[in-house]
Design a protein around this ligand. Structure first.
Ligand code: ATP
Ligand code: MG
Length: 152
């Protein structure tokens, strides 16, 4: 099924707008509207992206900023980035955050979650032939990226 990743991302941004404005977080989108569709399960991709954007909102303090972008890379991939300037992830935790029930040591207590979101997101993206990974620096922020093959 062809689906528009740009539209999925915009829908999530609209849906989460009350959370963002409640925390005075600026959500900046770079989502071109002439992107090619991917062949994917819209509900699944939406669920994966919702966790990334939800995490960015959860782990970024008031007045932070989130940047969401999607672009074509190479010949046949879309690259989605969800970047925040929040608390970041400890170096020791970074290799484990995509494991089930794994939560970062500095996140427990104040922010609720089950530690399943990224494991599910990884399953979904892999099943669609894409990859998902993260870059982060404690105290500076995190960037989550995933690719999806273009339908052709
Ligand atoms: P759930 O998504 O199941 O409600 P969760 O958000 O804790 O719970 P994941 O989404 O799997 O679980 O994330 C795993 C861990 O990775 C988090 O507990 C947190 O420590 C860390 N993490 C994920 N995204 C971010 C982010 N944007 N900034 C800082 N830490 C993050
Ligand atoms: Mg989560």
């Amino acid at each position: 099924k062809p689906c528009s990743v740009g539209r999925i991302l915009r829908n999530i941004v609209t849906k989460t707008e009350p959370i963002a404005s409640g925390k005075k977080i600026a959500v900046v989108c770079d989502i071109p509207d002439d992107l090619p569709d991917v062949s994917a399960d819209r509900e699944m991709i939406s669920r994966a992206a919702e966790n990334l954007i939800g995490n960015a909102l959860k782990y970024t303090p008031e007045k932070g900023e989130i940047n969401i972008s999607v672009k074509k890379t190479g010949e046949r991939l879309l690259l989605v980035s969800v970047k925040d300037n929040g608390r970041g992830i400890a170096e020791a935790d970074l290799p484990h955050i995509f494991e089930r029930y794994r939560r970062g040591r500095n996140q427990q207590g104040d922010v609720k979650g089950t530690g399943l979101g990224l494991a599910i997101a990884k399953k979904i993206i892999s099943r669609h032939g894409g990859e998902i990974w993260a870059n982060s620096r404690p105290g500076e922020g995190s960037e989550f990226l995933f690719t999806l093959p273009l339908s052709f």
